[in-house]
Design a binder for this molecule. Structure first.
Ligand code: DAH
Length: 338
């Protein structure tokens, strides 16, 4: 009996068919519920001596599954052949459209800002995202234990509090001053990190662009004029700026810059909270302490610096109301920026 099944296994292996009919006949011959060969062999099972039952069952199951595989295989092949012969090329049909990607709004705004400053002769410099206390705080005139360090909720590395994620791109100023001699005119775009609860207006990861200009006779008037040019280029010719006194450890005097609201033109709307002004960056004259601790003679050189958040500027430019959208990568959102 077992030999007979093995013969059948060989027969199945050799079998081939060109049409669906042939395959169907093959199926009926072996698997038909009424009198298919396999069905009948299963009926024989009760007559097999007990010590052969196990082997008989094993071989019979192999036969059954080989038949099923064979049928699947032959069906697939004949279907493919049928389809191939049906396909006729119509060369006049329009091609499939290719979906092009688009730039992320943060990249678009970053590139625009970079372009504006490179037109003014600024170079681009970059620094590491994983930084140390010296470059992020100490060299920027943040005294040890000074509350100003609390302004920026820092992510520290547990094993070594000297290693941290940079909270601002001002750290790149320090690296540039380390490596270059004045005159220095550079901007530093990059990612920064702060331990903030994520909301519509705050995120633990965002992007900044830092600017630094050091030379002889650089004055606050130069800072103001540079930023006015920048604001007009980015937000339109009618844009006005105003500087409000502020505090940053690394600049003295320090200021925050507002632009006239680009949405209502300064008349007052809910975006500018009816003030007509929108805050967009921090700036100031580089503190002499910062110049000195970076080996630049503060009696010979002066400089200005500024720093801005790219997300905030992109929100104002595009009217995006929720910061989280920049990080969700929802294609319906991203597609709107070209
Ligand atoms: N680093 C500041 C921040 O993250 C921004 C800033 C303010 C940068 C004033 C500057 C500056 O260079 O002069 O809030």
């Amino acid at each position: 009996m077992i030999n007979k099944i093995q013969e059948l296994i060989k027969e199945v292996e050799k079998f081939s068919a060109k049409s669906i009919d042939e395959i169907e006949n093959f199926r009926i011959k072996f698997l038909s519920k009424k009198n298919g060969i396999v069905t009948e062999l299963f009926n024989e099972f009760k007559n097999i001596p007990a010590d052969e039952k196990k082997e008989f069952g094993r071989v019979l199951n192999i036969l059954k599954s080989n038949i099923q595989d064979k049928i699947e295989f032959l069906k697939l092949n004949t279907e493919e052949d049928n389809q191939k012969s049906k396909i006729q090329l119509d060369l006049s049909l329009p091609g499939d459209s290719v979906n092009l990607g688009s730039r992320h709004p943060i990249s678009i705004v970053r590139n625009e800002i970079i372009e504006i400053f490179t037109r003014l002769g600024f170079t681009i410099s970059e620094g590491p995202e994983i930084e140390d206390d010296y470059h992020v705080f100490s060299a920027l005139n943040f005294p040890e234990e000074h509350p100003a360090r609390d302004m920026q909720d820092t992510f520290f590395i547990e094993q070594n509090p000297d290693v941290l994620l940079r909270t601002h791109t001002s750290s790149v100023q320090v690296r540039v001053m380390d490596n270059e001699k004045p005159p220095i005119r550079t901007i530093s775009p990059g990612r920064v990190f702060r331990n903030e609860a994520i909301s519509a207006r705050a995120h633990c990861i965002f992007h900044q662009i830092e600017g630094l200009y050091i030379d002889k006779n650089v004055s606050f008037a130069d800072l103001k004029q540079t930023l006015l040019y920048f604001a007009k280029e980015l937000f339109g010719e009618k844009t006005q700026i105003r500087l409000r006194p502020s505090y940053f450890p690394f600049t003295e005097p320090s200021a925050e810059m507002d632009i006239s609201c680009s949405l209502c033109g300064g008349k007052g709307c809910n975006v500018c909270k009816y003030t007509g002004w929108l805050e967009i960056l921090g700036c100031g004259m580089v503190d002499p302490n910062v110049l000195e601790s970076n080996n630049i003679d503060s009696k010979v050189y002066t400089g200005f610096a500024f720093g801005m958040g790219i997300e905030r500027i992109a929100m104002l430019k595009y009217g995006v109301k929720d910061l989280r959208m920049y990080f969700e990568n929802d294609i319906r959102f991203l597609q709107q920026f070209q």
